[in-house]
Design a protein around this ligand. Structure first.
Ligand SMILES: *Cc1c(COP(=O)(O)O)cnc(C)c1O
Ligand code: SF4
Length: 332
């Protein structure tokens, strides 16, 4: 088989991924942003590289340096600001005895299936630990199986990352097939931002595979703004909800991106129109280099209160933060 044939059989989403944008100057040119503005921020890419899909850029507004999607991915001079309390490993997860497997909550175990992501979000703790090389192979799968079998409390496995949907459908099938053999498991959950930045990742084949599974499947998306809910995403999600997959979303509260009640209400409405229920609204993890995204707990609580008045209860996400050592996410 020739090289061109090999390239042709790669799924659409992998081809799109290979064409991601990593140069801030190119991004700025596409979006017609002022050159002086770009130069002012360029240095921050050394802290954490720019990475974004063309599809996500296509949802941004031209000429708008305050675009809520742009702010999530564009390196910013503010990232050099050091704030007390903002550290490289806020969740104290770095020296785990089983790398890639986190069993912090009684009934569910989370695995880092793939270290990489389709985009680099500026507010993410991954900026200090890109774990690009992390690969969940046969040895880790065997460790996971042993861990589940040794603890009858575990009934759900969460595939996370990085981004678990960076794995291809064959790799996911292998993991799923192994987990289906464990009678104590009821559910399989996928935490992914990939559909938001690359809807073509929501393949029909994977939806079908999950539909056929003995395990109930849940997909938890990560969208932060209504502009991330596009017709392309809604079409792709329809196939997944028709396959009986429960669709949820988690967001992070981010200054200037979504820190007002109207913006958050629009996000909830857009999600529901796409068949997705809001699940969590996270107060930002205190990550070094991301302090300019943070808002006070008082403001966060006030936003939640406003949302409760504006929306039906089922469209109000739970406002939580992650506290190292707690038995669950902690309500604010
Ligand atoms: C967030 C998280 C979970 C999932 O928590 P839920 O409240 O069930 O959504 C599980 N394990 C770890 C390590 C987590 O950080
Ligand atoms: S883990 Fe999620 S929030 Fe962090 S960079 Fe990847 S996609 Fe973005």
């Amino acid at each position: 088989m020739s090289v061109t044939n090999l390239i042709r059989v790669r799924p659409q989403w992998q081809q799109e991924l290979a064409q991601s944008i990593t140069d801030p100057v190119e991004l700025a040119q596409q979006l017609e942003l002022p050159q002086g503005w770009v130069e002012q921020h360029l240095g921050a890419r050394k802290l954490f590289p720019l990475r974004v899909t063309q599809y996500f850029v296509d949802q941004m507004e031209r000429g708008n340096t305050a675009d809520p999607l742009l702010l999530q991915v564009m390196p910013q001079a503010d990232e050099f600001t050091q704030q007390p309390g903002f550290v490289t490993d806020p969740l104290e997860e770095q020296d785990n005895e089983h790398p890639g497997i986190l069993h912090k909550y009684k009934s569910r175990v989370l695995v880092i299936l793939r270290g990489g992501c389709a985009i680099n979000c500026r507010y993410c703790f991954r900026r200090h630990f890109p774990y690009q090389d992390h690969h969940f192979g046969r040895a880790q799968l065997n460790q996971l199986i042993a861990l589940v079998e040794a603890d009858a409390n575990i009934n759900e496995v969460i595939l996370s990352g990085g981004d678990p949907l960076m794995a291809n459908d064959t790799q996911l099938d292998t993991v799923l097939t192994a987990l289906e053999q464990l009678p104590q498991l009821k559910r399989i959950r996928i935490h992914s931002r990939l559909p938001i930045v690359l809807p073509s990742r929501l393949t029909q084949e994977l939806a079908k595979r999950l539909q056929q599974s003995r395990l109930q499947a849940i997909l938890v998306l990560h969208a932060n703004h209504a502009n991330e809910i596009t017709p392309a995403l809604m079409n792709a999600l329809k196939v997944w909800s028709n396959a009986g997959i429960t669709l949820l979303n988690q967001s992070v509260l981010l200054a200037r991106v979504n820190d007002d009640a109207v913006t958050l209400a629009e996000l909830s409405e857009a999600l529901f129109a796409a068949g997705v229920l809001p699940y969590y609204l996270h107060q930002l993890d205190k990550v070094a280099g991301a302090s300019h995204f943070s808002i006070s707990d008082e403001k966060a609580r006030n936003l939640e209160q406003q949302l409760r008045a504006m929306l039906p209860g089922f469209l109000v996400p739970k406002l939580v933060r992650e506290v190292a050592g707690e038995a669950s996410k902690t309500p604010l």
